[in-house]
Design a protein around this ligand. Structure first.
Ligand code: UDP
Length: 335
């Protein structure tokens, strides 16, 4: 019995692999290394460099390793990129996921955990959003993930197959033990960009839009520590293996921070002023997205351990420093 992690060389996937290994699981990673790094995969996991779009290869890997569960991270995650290039998002996030799900069904894999996103909701206002809220994605990214959720829903009705779709809010931070972190080149996510700016890796950071209908005019997000997110997957996996049915669950803390609050926190943690500029709104951005995390707690007993913005930022910064010291993302910071 082993777990297949797609995208296990990427940011969240590489944390997941450590969490699974620590729980005593056998782990096989499929990653085509388009944005991930082979050195990010924990040494005790097996890395297969392959594309999930290659169904024959995926089925071969599932059979060869006795895979009973799939945790599917492989995908594209940049909202504005999806606005500019929707077809690649529908290919990578929707069509390729469909191929992977088909491989799972064909080989009798019954447990499937999917990286979904709060972007499926679109702008939802000030109230924490529940899973029942209507889904109106503001971007092709959100829509590409929602379409995969719908495929999973229908497949679970038709086959002996159960899934958990975890709708991630804004994932940030890095492994507290410093073994992995967000290493993506040209990353666009707020905390990553702010940490790079704080360390002088870029000239500064631009705030995208200051005229939103929020208290300080900037967008509000629910930032969640990547290690808590990996734990949510582990709990969801246990639940599926013990016969739990298909569900969709939010993964957020239930508290929102504005862009300016995040930047203040980065300055506080570094003790240095951050060069900030103020620009126009970014296409596809929702005004405010905050989770109601009740279902994840009720259904699989999720108890976040790192629910603290300063801790998230500190861990992200520590990883950014480590990447910087090594000065070459092609070299392993961990081995
Ligand atoms: N943001 C920003 N400057 C940046 C990166 C992000 O102002 O350099 C804002 C972005 O417009 C959004 C929030 O930070 O309001 C979170 O964006 P991010 O890309 O981190 O995540 P998303 O919510 O788009 O998945």
């Amino acid at each position: 019995m082993a777990v297949l992690v797609t995208g296990g060389a990427g940011y969240i996937g590489s944390h997941m692999v450590w969490t699974l290994l620590e729980a005593g699981e056998e782990v096989v990673v499929i990653d085509r290394l388009s944005t991930g790094f082979d050195w990010a995969v924990a040494p005790d996991a097996k890395l297969v460099v392959a594309d999930i779009a290659d169904r024959e290869r995926v089925e071969e890997i599932i059979r060869e390793h006795g895979i009973d569960s799939i945790i599917h991270f492989a995908g594209s995650v940049v909202v504005p990129e999806s606005v500019a290039d929707p077809l690649s998002y529908y290919e990578n996030n929707t069509a390729n996921s469909r191929t992977l799900i088909a491989a799972a069904v064909a080989t009798g894999v019954r447990h499937f955990i999917f990286s979904s996103t709060a972007a499926v909701y679109g702008s939802v206002g000030d109230e924490p959003v529940t899973e029942e809220q209507p889904q109106n994605p503001d971007s092709p990214y959100g829509m590409s993930k929602l379409m995969t959720e719908i495929i999973l829903r229908d497949v679970a009705k038709a086959h002996d197959f159960a899934y958990t779709a975890l709708r991630y809010f804004n994932v940030a931070g890095a492994d507290p033990k410093g073994r992995t972190g967000q290493s993506t080149k040209g990353a666009t996510h707020l905390i990553k960009v702010a940490c790079e700016a704080a360390l002088g890796k870029r000239d500064g950071i631009e705030v995208f839009g200051t005229d939103y209908p929020t208290p300080d005019g900037t967008c509000i997000r629910d930032y969640i520590h990547v290690t808590d997110l990996a734990n949510a997957h582990l709990l969801a996996l246990k639940r599926l293996r013990s016969g739990g049915g298909s569900i969709v669950a939010n993964c957020g803390y239930g508290r929102g921070y504005s862009v300016l609050e995040v930047l203040d926190c980065v300055q506080k943690v570094t003790g240095r002023p951050l060069p900030v500029s103020y620009g126009a709104r970014r296409p596809g951005d929702a005004v405010a997205v905050v989770a109601n995390p009740g279902r994840a707690r009720a259904e699989f007993g999720w108890q976040p351990e790192h629910d603290d913005l300063e801790r998230i930022v500190s861990s992200a910064l520590a990883w950014e420093e480590k990447l910087g010291r090594l000065n070459s993302p092609a070299r392993s910071p961990v081995r």
